[in-house]
Design a protein around this ligand. Sequence first.
Ligand SMILES: NC(=O)c1ccc[n+]([C@@H]2O[C@H](COP(=O)([O-])OP(=O)(O)OC[C@H]3O[C@@H](n4cnc5c(N)ncnc54)[C@H](OP(=O)(O)O)[C@@H]3O)[C@@H](O)[C@H]2O)c1
Length: 278
Amino acid sequence: MSGDAKTFVVTGATSGIGLALARALAPVAERVVIVGRNEARLHAGTEATRHEAVNLEIVPILADLGTLEGARSLAEQLDQLPRIDALIHNAGIMPAQRRCTPEGFEESFVTNHLAPFVLNHRLRARLIASAPSRVVQLSSGLALTVRVDLEGDPGGAGFEPVSTYARTKLWNLLATHDFAGELERSGVTVNAVHPGIVRTRLGEGAPGVPSAEARRGWLPPEVGARGPLHLATAPELARTTGRFFDQTREVAIHLEDDQAKAVVQRTFEALGQPHNAG
Ligand SMILES: NC(=O)c1ccc[n+]([C@@H]2O[C@H](COP(=O)([O-])OP(=O)(O)OC[C@H]3O[C@@H](n4cnc5c(N)ncnc54)[C@H](OP(=O)(O)O)[C@@H]3O)[C@@H](O)[C@H]2O)c1
């Protein structure tokens, strides 16, 4: 494994926006790390990405980001990479029903918030050592339509597919905002992006989510991948950090620093770890 190969990591690169993104990164990357939870889809995603470029190293990693153990094990594996130029948190879910992990966390709270949180904090040193490097978080405009419930959200209190998803995305967005502040002037940029309303498998079958038929007019995944691709690669964004983008356009949003700190504190407590232990 060559030490200075330009390396992009994409979680959830086996379908939808993540797969389109891995394929779009292939021509500009030297190494793409494709993370997926299903072996057959991981293999298919690897092959599809391989077809986009010659001389590209592809590193497929099987990891279930719906468990803390899966997130921690992935962090350990990614920490072995010689460098990480961009860590792109794309994996996300909108479950139809409330399901909890053995630790009592609602499944989408783990996948959408705890997993990227654990990865960011465990890979902090690797990202700084790789600077200039970038963290790109797939977010959602829905995050801006809800409020956090510090006690209820981790266990999915009052579960409803769309609003629960939105709250997990708000926890994630607030923690991303805090992480950007923490890494200011480190050479690591941290930005979030709403990819548009994209025709993928997200929320399939969940009550309140439009049917496949109704989604026909939504953006194709290749268009949804443009925003995260822009954040991960655009030279003009080399120093841009702590911002929110709607596809490729930066938009001003207001996030309370105090609320972000409260979310981070509550997340470390939920993980049973002292602040900054990841
Ligand atoms: N689609 C939209 O309109 C929209 C709008 C705003 C934000 N987003 C965000 O965009 C991101 C990508 O979503 P998408 O629309 O492309 O949905 P998708 O087609 O369902 O893709 C989600 C990806 O995440 C992976 N994933 C889910 N749970 C995982 C787990 N436990 N461990 C590892 N990987 C896991 C999936 O793997 P499998 O292939 O195994 O299922 C898949 O590769 C998400 O963060 C979503 O919140 C999407």
